[in-house]
Write a protein that binds this ligand. Structure first.
Ligand SMILES: [Fe+2]
Length: 198
């Protein structure tokens, strides 16, 4: 389903198709909320790729699969991302595997360097804040959520405390101000609201 060059870093043998990627994800994750988080991250990464003239399929797969090893690595946070990249060797290009490792830079030491590295980390983090904001409304859906309300909650450090604000702000490394970044992420998530139960 993808027409990527087969020779990125001389290591890619083919890119996994979306159906296989989702099957692989479901085989490895039991927690439905985690699967939804991955679907939300996929949608955000697709939208960001479209915005930047990158490959939406490939960026989407990177988002979809970034937490593939989350349950497998469990409490051993230092392995999270590294194991996923190993499992995906040959199924995604090296730069995408690197982004998957680096989204957990804080625990595994793989530094975020590329725009993709920063956007995967910022993108997966913003999904958590957006979900938390949606749950504030009586409807508990994304429908009434506006970029402004997300930006406001971003500044309330006691709200959704586990969402790392500094990581979200890495969107600036890719040239986005917070409002624009939130707008794109929110739009992407609203596009798959039914699938993620919101
Ligand atoms: Fe994640």
């Amino acid at each position: 389903m993808n027409s990527l060059p087969a020779e990125v870093d001389g290591k890619v043998t083919g890119t996994i198709g979306r159906d296989d990627a989702l099957m692989m994800l479901r085989e490895n994750l039991d927690n439905e909320n985690l699967v939804r988080h991955c679907l939300a991250t996929e949608a955000v990464m697709r939208r960001l790729a479209e915005d930047r003239g990158e490959d939406p399929e490939l960026w989407g797969l990177t988002g979809l699969l970034h937490d593939l090893d989350y349950e497998m690595t469990g409490d051993d946070y230092s392995r999270h991302g590294l194991v996923a990249a190993e499992m995906l060797e040959g199924l995604l290009p090296e730069e995408n595997l690197r982004a998957i490792k680096a989204h957990n830079a804080e625990n595994n030491g793989v530094r975020r360097e590329s725009v993709l590295d920063h956007l995967l980390a910022a993108g997966e983090s913003i999904t958590g804040l957006i979900v938390a904001v949606a749950l504030v409304y009586p409807e508990r859906t994304l429908e009434p959520v506006r970029p402004k309300s997300v930006a406001k909650r971003m500044r309330m450090t006691a709200f959704a405390r586990s969402v790392p604000r500094e990581t979200i702000m890495e969107c600036e490394e890719a040239g986005y101000d917070l409002q624009t970044f939130v707008g794109l992420a929110l739009e992407a998530m609203k596009g798959i609201a039914g699938e993620i139960g919101l």
